[in-house]
Each structure stands twice: as structure tokens, then as C-alpha cells.
Ligand binder design. Structure first.
Ligand SMILES: *Cc1c(COP(=O)(O)O)cnc(C)c1O
Length: 452
């Protein structure tokens, strides 16, 4: 008989599974498979920790979002936000579905070109664009979204040596009733800066004004903010048409729809509290159609949704390294995946499920990662069944921002696996090696020989 693991006794308040002051009890069922593929088998084959992405979920999310908007408005185009997850296989799934690319740096711009996206279907956002990058984007006919006056003047200066008139839009920031206001990007609506920039663009005669853009925030919890954004951009669109004689072709509302993750400290889980894509679509399209444009001149609606399309398609599989008691008696469990791989644990209470059968006893515990760093906390407090060394867990809804904001600190990044729609697994990014990490390093001559 296998020797049982000794657990020192501790006194715990009974937890009957009802809602308590920490919210709901999290786990009733183990999660043993993802899209029909065994978690344990994948971990045996590809190692631990391991990122897993579901192609089926990505495509479903995308198709649902397109349906929500295109059934309510005749001209809709999505553009995949590269920074949310720019693994090429992920980007290509979105591009196969018909999504354009939305990039915020020259590096991301080149990635989009490398994935085969035609230049005129790349939206180039962000506060930093070099002369060389602006030239490349202009000559490719990309949609350049101007962030500040200095960039506007930079483009005017460049325009004489360009092969094509750059196609431009401006990013607009505004008060949508959600605070703190994101006013560091783009031109402000309320103080007249945005209209001033539009006027300068048109009067310069050096650019083709094509659209208006905003990205009012991220994980927005109210559809009203988008209704306000549509009205304010709509007002600018009217002014472009009537005062500047330059009708715009599209209104780009950016991203910002929330995924169903639970924000840290929320009482209700995200699945119960965030508005659906349909609710955002309803608020946006109703207000767009109410702007007063004729059917023929309705602007194209562009959306740059990121997290809502991919968060729930991503899983992080991890192994329990150890259990311990903290000085106050609380239980702590140490996992082999920490904030190096799970940047979003700084603002989400990620749902975490054991990947094998467990007993009915649960306990409030802290979950830590493997880093030698005090802030490496995956969950400050979570109610879970007791986990033993070697047990596996599944961290849910990690598809957005973790595979771009992960850091190579103390540990290297693990394999990323995609489960295709037939249930076949593919490595889409290999785990890093020491050689890969050290490849750009140079050791000067006088440090070649050491003396220990
Ligand atoms: C990050 C970003 C997005 C995507 O935002 P989500 O909140 O993930 O939907 C879209 N547009 C711009 C300009 C961004 O910076």
C-alpha cells in the first residue's frame, strides 16, 4: 500500500460550498482534458509547465464576434491585435478567418508582413514609428494611425520622398465616463485637439485622411462607454464631411471588450458580471446607425478586439512542486509556473482546476510560482482541494497577453502547443534553451578566462 502523505492538523472553518466572503468555492470537478486531449498525456509529451491553445475556441470566439456585429451593421472588419498574442500560428488563425492585422510597433508590423498580411490590411498604431517604418507603411498603403502632433509633422516632412500619399487616421481620446481616462494616446476630443489635427492633415494636402480611431481602455465593464465613443467620433466624422470636405471611410473603435476572467478582488466571477460581445455590438451599432449617415456613406466599422477573442482559448498546465505551511498556519502550494509566465495574475483571479480526481476536503490556500521572488504569487487566496507534490493543475483563460508579456527571468519559457480542430497537437513555439538565451551575448576578451 502506498504510504499516505502526512498532513499536520489545522483548525479550519467549515466550508459548505455556499458563497462566502471570498466569493464562490471554485472547483467541483477535475479538468482532465482540453478539447478531448488528455492533460496528463500532453504534459508527459511536452513537459511542464506547458501553454495550450485551442484552435476551436479561437475560431468560435472570432466567428461569434463577427456574427454579433455583422448581423447588426452592414460593414464590419476585425483586425487582430498583435500584442495580445503574436505567436505566428495564432495570428494566422485570425488571418485565415479574414481578420486584418493591428500592430503597435515596427517589430509587430514586420511580423504581420511575414504572416502574409497585405500592407493595405495592416493598421499601424502606437506612439513610436520611425521614419523608416512610416515610409514602409506608407508605401505599402497601410493605415497609419497618428498618435501625436510630432508624428503628424514627421509624416508631412517625409511625404515628399514617399512613393504614395500616406493613408492616415488619427487616434482620438475622450471622456467616455470611465476613469482614469486614457488620455495619453492620441488627440483629445473635448479640448478641440482632435479637430485641429484633422484640419492640419486635410490642409497639408500631403496625406489621405481615411478614418478615425479610438481605443478607450481595456477590460471595459460598461457598454455605455462605447456608445459615447461612437457619438464623439461620429461628431468628428460629420465635421470631416461638412467642414473639411473630406468624408472618412471608417470608424475604428479599437479593442477593450472584457474576457470572462475574474478581476482580482471581484465578488462575482467574470462569467456572471461582464457584458457579452452581443451587448457591446448592440450599443455600438445602434449609435452608429443613429449618426445620420445615408446607407451609401455609412463608415466601415473596424474593431481591434484582443483579449475577448483569445483569453479563454489559452490554458497553462503546471505541476505541484511542494506544499508548506506559512508562519500563520495557512497552507501554501508551490507550482512550477509563476508570474514569469502568468503576467495576468497581477490583475486576474485566474480559475485553477486540479487535473486529477481529488477528495472532498478543501482549504483556503496561497498558490506560489517557482521564482525566488516574493511577488511570485499566482493566487493570494484560493479554495482548492489539497494537492500533492507531482499533481497537475490547469490554469484557465490565459490566452491574452501572457504569451507576449511573459518574461525570461530565472526560468526559460516553456513549449506552447496548439490543439487543432481535429484534436491533433502541434508545438507552435518550442521551449527555450540556454543556447537561445545566450545567443546575443558577447563576453569581452579580458573576461574569457575566470579564476575560481
Ligand atoms: C491593446 C490594444 C488593442 C486590444 O485591446 P484588448 O483590450 O485586448 O481588446 C486594440 N487596439 C489598440 C490600439 C491596442 O493598443
Amino acid at each position: 500500500m502506498k504510504k499516505l502523505v502526512y498532513e499536520s492538523p489545522s483548525i479550519q472553518k467549515m466550508n459548505t460550498g455556499l458563497m462566502n466572503k471570498f466569493g464562490t468555492r471554485s472547483e467541483y470537478e477535475p479538468v482532465k482534458q482540453i478539447d478531448g486531449v488528455s492533460v496528463h498525456t500532453m504534459m508527459a509529451q511536452y513537459g511542464s509547465p506547458l501553454f495550450v491553445l485551442s484552435e476551436r475556441t479561437i475560431r468560435n470566439n472570432y466567428q461569434n464576434a463577427v456574427r454579433a456585429f455583422s448581423t447588426r451593421y452592414p460593414k464590419v472588419q476585425f483586425a487582430w491585435s498583435y500584442k495580445t498574442n503574436y505567436l505566428n500560428s495564432v495570428c494566422r488563425i485570425f488571418h485565415q478567418e479574414g481578420s486584418w492585422a493591428e500592430v503597435v510597433s515596427g517589430f509587430e508590423y514586420r511580423k504581420a508582413l511575414g504572416n502574409g498580411v497585405p500592407g493595405n490590411k495592416i493598421i499601424f498604431n502606437g506612439p513610436e514609428k520611425t521614419n523608416e517604418e512610416l515610409e514602409m507603411a506608407a508605401n505599402n498603403g497601410s493605415l497609419i494611425h497618428i498618435d501625436h502632433f510630432d508624428e503628424l509633422f514627421q509624416l508631412i516632412e517625409l511625404s515628399d520622398k514617399l512613393k504614395k500619399k500616406p493613408r492616415v487616421a488619427i487616434r482620438v481620446n475622450m471622456d467616455t465616463g470611465v476613469y482614469p481616462m486614457w488620455d495619453r494616446f492620441g488627440f483629445n476630443y473635448e479640448n478641440g485637439q482632435a479637430l485641429n489635427a484633422l484640419t492640419k492633415i486635410v490642409e497639408s494636402g500631403k496625406m489621405e485622411l481615411t478614418g478615425l480611431h479610438c481605443h478607450i481602455g481595456t477590460f471595459m465593464l460598461t457598454t455605455n462607454a462605447y456608445a459615447t465613443a461612437v457619438k464623439k467620433l461620429g461628431d468628428l466624422a460629420w465635421k470631416c464631411k461638412t467642414q473639411l470636405n473630406t468624408p472618412i471611410q471608417y470608424i475604428d473603435l479599437g479593442g477593450g471588450f472584457p474576457s470572462s476572467n475574474t478581476l482580482r478582488g471581484s465578488f462575482l466571477p467574470g462569467t456572471d458580471s461582464v457584458p457579452s460581445v452581443d451587448e457591446f455590438a448592440e450599443a455600438i451599432t445602434t449609435n452608429l446607425l443613429g449618426l445620420g449617415f445615408g446607407t451609401e456613406e455609412l463608415p466601415l466599422l473596424v474593431l481591434e478586439s484582443g483579449r475577448v477573442l483569445i483569453d479563454d482559448a489559452g490554458y497553462l498546465l503546471s505541476t505541484v512542486l511542494a506544499n508548506k505551511r506559512l508562519s500563520d498556519g495557512r497552507r501554501a502550494t508551490i507550482l512550477d509556473a509563476g508570474v514569469n509566465l502568468l503576467f495576468t495574475s497581477f490583475w486576474y483571479d485566474h480559475k485553477i482546476s486540479p487535473a486529477q480526481d481529488f477528495t472532498q476536503h478543501t482549504e483556503d490556500m496561497a498558490l506560489y510560482g517557482p521564482l525566488c521572488m516574493n511577488i511570485d504569487v499566482v493566487r493570494q487566496s484560493i479554495n482548492l482541494p489539497l494537492l500533492n507534490r507531482g499533481d497537475k493543475v490547469v490554469v484557465h483563460k490565459v490566452g491574452a497577453y501572457n504569451m507576449t508579456q511573459w518574461m525570461q527571468f530565472i526560468q526559460m519559457r516553456p513549449n506552447v502547443v496548439l490543439i487543432d480542430e481535429q484534436g491533433k497537437t502541434h508545438i507552435i513555439r518550442e521551449s527555450e534553451t540556454l543556447q537561445y538565451i545566450e545567443q546575443p551575448e558577447k563576453v569581452p576578451e579580458h573576461l574569457q578566462i575566470i579564476n575560481v
